[in-house]
Each structure stands twice: as C-alpha cells, then as structure tokens.
Design a binder for this molecule. Structure first.
Ligand SMILES: [Zn+2]
Ligand SMILES: [Zn+2]
Length: 431
C-alpha cells in the first residue's frame, strides 16, 4: 500500500492521469568507446503498484483537472513574468523596455443586458430598465435574442485568430512608420514582442489580453532604440487595431467582414509592485493572464468543455439559451461546404473559436515546453542525487503504449487521502 500511495503522490493531484504499458531501461555509456555498460535503472509498468505507469494529464482546463490546470497557470504566470521583469533565460533589462497591457474586444452583435458603471463605481440601469446584480445570469445575454446576430458572433470568433495576425503585422508597420523607418530598416532597429490570452466575455465573444513590448533588434537581449516609448507603442496599437480587418465568407448574399470592437484598452505596465494600487503592475498583469489561460468557453457556456458529437447532446446540457443558440449556430454553419476550413462543428463547444488560448511571439520570453523540460530535468537530477549515480552519460531505451486514462475507484479514494497542495509536487521553487 505505501508503494501505491507513493506512485499516486507522484501525480501531484492529477485526477485524470494517462496510463501507460511498457518499459524503460537506462544504461551507462562509456564516453570514450561509446560502449553500452551497466543497467542503471529498469522500470516495467507491470511491476508498478498501479499496474501501469501513470503520467499527469497536463490538461490546461480547470474544469477538467484542477491540479494540472494549476501547474499550467503557474507556468503561464512565470512565462509572462519573465517577459516583463526577466528571469528564466530572459535578461532583467526587459523591465526597462516600453511595454503595455492591451485588451481587444469584439464588436457588438446586438444589445445585451449589462451593468454600466458610472463615476466613482456607481452602477446605472441596463437598457431593459433593471439594475442587474453582478452575478445576474442575464448579464451578457441579448435583450432580444431574435434580432441578435448569432451568425456574425460565431463567425467573428472563428476569425479572431486571423484578425489578431493581421493586427500584429499592422502593428510592426505602424511602429516603424512612427519611428520614420521603412519596414526593412525597422528590423535592424527594433522588434515587437507579445504574449496574449483569449478570454470569453459573458456574451460569448472572444476577446484578447496582450502584453506588448518593444525590444532592440535581437529581442529582449538588446536595448530598444531611444524613440521607442510606451506612448508611441500605445498610439501604434490604436492605429493597427482600428485598421485590422479580415474578409470573411458571403452567406446567403451577405458578406462578412471582421474587425475589433471600438472598445480598446491600452495601459502602460509599470515595474513597481507596490504603488498604492493606482498603476498596473507586472505582477497584476501576469496573474491576470495566467488566470485566464486555464479557462475555456465556460464563462459563457457554464461547464461545456469538450466537443459535441451530435447536436442532440445540446438538449442534455445545463447551459443557458444564449450559449445554446451560439452552439447551434456554429453547428448549422458547420454543415456548409464553403466554411469547411473553419471546422465549426469540431469547435462548436468553443463557440467557433479554434485558436490557441495563450500564444506569444518567439522572442517574448521562455516557452511552456522549456518550463516543463526544466521541471523534468530537475526531477531527474533529484532522482540521480538520491541514488548517488551522478549525471553520467546514459542511454535510455523505452517503449510505452497507451493503456487508458483515469484512476480506478480504489486509487481515486487513496489519492484523496493524500491531499497534496495542487500542482506543487516536484515543482522547483521560483523566486
Ligand atoms: Zn491532470
Ligand atoms: Zn438588462
């Protein structure tokens, strides 16, 4: 029993682990002759207490696996933070580069119930005449569902990724223009980096939050030119967001064109962590982005976090009528041959959005993969230290096949007795 407990503890609270059948053997290698020597470690799944090798599911969604989502949230936090203040291979000088936090919204598809705020946090009445509570489920749903533009709403989500790409091309162009440089010359002077997350508004439209930074020509390692200021960047973002436009399909004679909504918020990020809560700090930005990285369309749909196989499933789901109509619209549009490339049925549960939840440009900071590798390497180093073999050159031969997912009832019961701090198992302590 203690052995099984130890194996379960290694999952760090993951409730849907991947089960693998197979074996792994680690040999020493003579670095001079290249000959394979002794067996250092041998692992056979059949000899493991659970009968399989159990690997964390690494699902990003909080609704799927709380423990793995927590690891993802922390990794995202570190990824954003290192791009803001350095660390994890990113020089600390990036903290002095001009950077902003920007929010890009979708345009309106029809009036929705809302909670307008006035000066000093006062709340005004909705257009329907009601004074909605902040947790009123009606918020974000249309005043008149029959005139709400569901088709455009779903198609906007489906084109949000391309619209962002268009924006990022324009942004480089707009920054270059303000610096008085041609685009070709621009690359020799500066680079624009970003990290962004997608989030669903209650009305079911995707919007983006992004950290955008100006670096020198080699990215974070090089100082930005003197003309690069947060003001210039803000101005360029506004121009690029206004100009960005993607042509969509023509449906029943109606041409669709996609742009961002007029509501665009751009704020300069300051370095200080403590400033009386007036300024937007690095820590606040990283925490905000990391939080949304673990969510899907659930803010708009409730708990729907996986693809539908049949439209009939929709009737069984505990979601509101607005989400149901968005999903049904995606499903119906998904039958069209000319929209095949949008894969609207596969992404109906995401209300049409098939982009990545968090993306970044290559030079922004480290990658989630690098953070995962670092953690695996750290565990390996710890294991080697524990049996005193040291970091010799080794050869690993392994063969694993998928044997299922999840825990047996008995394993799940045992795992619950462990109560680990979610996601903290084996995590190197970060500064
Ligand atoms: Zn998991
Ligand atoms: Zn209302």
């Amino acid at each position: 029993m203690p052995a099984l407990l130890r194996q379960l503890a290694g999952l760090g609270g993951c409730t849907h682990p991947i089960r693998l059948d197979g074996h792994r053997t680690e040999y020493t290698v003579d670095t001079r002759t290249g000959e394979i020597g002794n067996v250092l470690h041998h692992l056979d799944s059949s000899s493991l207490p659970a009968g399989h090798l159990l690997v964390r599911c690494n699902n990003r969604r909080i609704t799927r696996c709380a423990a793995c989502a927590e690891v993802y949230r922390r990794d995202t936090f570190h990824l954003i933070t290192s791009g803001l203040r350095g660390g994890k291979g990113v020089p600390e000088r990036v903290a002095a580069h001009p950077r902003v936090f920007a929010t890009f919204t979708a345009p309106g598809f029809g009036p929705v119930h809302n909670r307008p705020t006035g000066p000093a946090g006062s709340v005004r009445r909705c257009r329907c005449g009601a004074l909605h509570d902040p947790d009123d489920p009606a918020l974000g749903t249309p005043l008149d569902p029959d005139t709400y533009d569901y088709e455009a709403a779903v198609l906007w989500n489906a084109h949000a990724g391309p619209l962002w790409r268009r924006f990022s091309i324009y942004l480089r162009r707009e920054v270059a223009k303000r610096a008085g440089l041609t685009q070709r010359a621009f690359r020799e002077h500066a680079r624009v980096s970003f990290a962004k997350v997608a989030e669903y508004q209650k009305r079911g439209a995707v919007h983006f939050h992004a950290v955008i930074r100006i670096d020198g020509p080699e990215g974070g390692d090089t100082p930005p030119p003197a003309w690069a200021t947060a003001e210039l960047l803000t101005d360029a973002i506004r121009a690029a967001a206004t100009a960005a436009r993607v042509d969509g399909p023509v449906i029943e004679g109606r041409p669709h064109t996609f742009t961002f909504g007029r509501q665009l918020d751009v704020r300069t990020i300051r370095s200080a962590d403590f400033d009386g809560g007036q300024e937007l700090t690095e820590r606040a930005v990283a925490a905000y982005i990391a939080k949304y990285a673990t969510k899907g369309a659930e803010t708009a749909t409730g708990a729907l976090d996986r693809p539908l196989r049949f439209l009939a499933e929709l009737a069984q789901l505990d979601i509101n009528d607005h989400a149901r109509r968005l999903i049904r619209t995606a499903w119906t549009l998904g039958a069209r041959k000319d929209l095949e490339h949008l894969r609207l049925r596969a992404w109906a549960h995401m209300l049409g959005f098939r982009g990545h939840f968090s993306t970044k440009s290559r030079r922004y900071s480290t990658t989630l993969g690098a953070l995962r590798d670092a953690r695996a390497e750290w565990r390996r180093a710890q294991a080697l230290e524990a049996d005193g073999t040291g970091p010799d050159t080794t050869l690993v031969l392994a063969h694993w096949i998928y044997a299922g997912t999840g825990l047996t009832d008995a394993e799940a019961w045992l795992a619950e007795t462990l109560e680990p701090a979610p996601g903290t198992e084996g995590e190197p302590t970060h500064g």
